[in-house]
Design a protein around this ligand. Structure first.
Ligand code: BES
Ligand code: MN
Length: 450
């Protein structure tokens, strides 16, 4: 029998990798959008498929339940007596696919092009699921640490029920270290550990100028329309240089690393004459300062627009907030600023949506040492400590529930993965290296605990 020390994990992962790809492809085929208004049976199907593949990887599994919540999946395999326990997190729900004509291939039909697997959820976050399963399988029936896998079903729609799951199943989720495979690498082939995340607050802004629509020729010139008024209101969210204009928000700094404007422009597809927003290093702007974006506007469609002054318009405004920023205070500052920015005495109502906490991780200790060693070995280079601009709102709840556990944030995505957008993809080699890194991590974590 293999002992933990002599198991050839590189070879095991290589031999198993065709299966990893098949599993990822099978998950991508399930359109598990957790948003309200989408068919909930798809998220049940991805939970079942996740359960099946964890079970087939040697784990005892069950689907967890909390009234009204898309179901998460639990897997468990014991380690040797006294060995530490690792909790592995991923999510099996995905963002909606958006307009189909923007995709080069169908979102739920995985295809490989240029060393990447394309499809909704390929990187965010179905890759996380198959990485966990592969890392467990690499150890056969006897991993050197106890492993619990928890795969959530509503991350993309705010993790509303996660605290309830933590309350109900807190005992079985207890762990010494938690790997959250829902972030990504620095660049393709360049590994990273994510050490901070922004939080998120969002509001619906409604601007009303009239009781009812009126003829635009008859009244235009004297009577203000709500659509122009909301545009002016929203224009006040940034100053001329693109800095967030809401006063009183927390601003931090970050190591600039080797990130350039050229990288960001290429990855995000910024048009040639368009300038980037704000001042300070790119990393500070994207990880350690607030960002505000208008995500949508309710107004007449251009095609149906008639010669009327629009009486009322609505917009969804989202603000990312850096670690150290209290979401309630951020919300209050945003509301005040929006109200003060409305022109012409227009009536403004600002309605908050659910918010999520930012989080800065303590990236030190034996679990981090073990993970850094595992990444360095799997990728052939040391992982970069990076921040993330995105949000994983329940991280704070997790840290509160398990104060002694090390939280480790990884993932196979990279800046070219196009998460949440069309043509989402994951780099095949990074997927393989991520499986290997996680399998190695079990060895080094076990070895670090006497
Ligand atoms: N995987 C992302 C979070 C993320 C993005 C981490 C970029 C690191 C880098 C996650 O699935 C996500 O998109 N979260 C949502 C949370 C929201 C629904 C509250 C987000 O950030 O929009
Ligand atoms: Mn994700």
């Amino acid at each position: 029998m293999d002992t933990p020390a002599d198991r050839d994990l590189t070879r095991t992962i290589d031999e198993d990798f065709p299966r990893v790809r098949r599993e990822l492809e099978r998950l991508i085929r399930i359109p598990s959008v957790s948003f309200p208004g989408f068919d909930p049976s798809t998220v049940e199907a991805s939970a079942e498929e996740t359960r099946r593949l964890l079970e087939a990887s040697g784990m005892r599994t069950r689907i967890l339940e909390v009234e009204g919540a898309p179901p998460p999946v639990l897997g468990r395999i014991d380690g040797p007596d006294g060995a530490p326990t690792v909790l592995l997190y991923a999510h099996h729900d995905v963002q909606p696919e958006g307009p189909l004509d923007l995709w080069d291939s169908l979102p739920y039909e995985p295809v490989e092009r240029g060393g990447r697997i394309y499809g909704r959820g390929s990187s965010d976050d179905k890759a996380g699921i198959v990485i966990h399963a592969a890392a467990v399988r690499a150890w056969g029936a006897s991993p050197p640490v106890g492993v619990t896998v928890f795969v959530e079903g509503e991350e993309e729609s705010s993790s509303e029920h996660l605290p309830a799951f933590l309350d109900r199943y807190g005992d079985v989720l207890q762990a010494d270290a938690v790997i959250l495979a829902d972030s990504g690498n620095w660049r393709p082939g360049e590994p990273a550990l994510t050490t901070s995340l922004r939080g998120i607050v969002a509001v619906i802004v409604e601007v009303r100028t009239l009781d009812h629509a009126v003829h635009s020729g008859e009244y235009g010139g004297a009577v203000p329309d709500a659509l122009t008024a909301i545009c002016k209101t929203l224009a006040g969210l940034h100053d001329d240089r693109g800095n967030v204009a809401v006063p009183g928000l927390v601003q931090g700094d970050a190591d600039a690393l080797d990130l350039t404007d050229t990288d960001i422009r290429a990855w995000a597809g910024v048009r040639p004459g368009v300038t980037l927003l704000g001042e300070g290093s790119l990393t500070a702007r994207m990880w350690r300062k607030a960002a505000i974006s208008v995500l949508g506007i309710d107004a007449p469609r251009v095609q149906e627009a008639s010669n009327q002054l629009v009486p009322v318009a609505r917009a969804k405004v989202s603000m990312r907030i850096p670690p150290g920023q209290d979401p309630d205070q951020a919300l209050e500052a945003l509301e005040k600023h929006i109200e003060a920015s409305a022109p012409w005495g227009a009536e403004v109502t600002v309605t908050p949506e659910a918010s999520g906490q930012p989080y800065a991780l303590d990236a030190t200790g034996p679990a981090y040492d073990a993970l850094r060693r595992a990444f360095t070995e799997a990728f052939g280079r040391e992982p970069v400590d990076m921040g993330a601009g995105g949000s994983i709102p329940f991280l704070a709840a997790f840290a509160e529930r398990f104060p002694k556990a090390s939280l480790l944030l990884t993932g196979a995505a990279d800046p070219t993965s196009n998460a949440h957008s069309e043509n989402e993809s994951v780099d095949v080699e990074d997927l393989r290296r991520s499986c290997l890194a996680e399998a190695l991590f079990f060895r080094y974590l076990a070895g670090s605990v006497p």
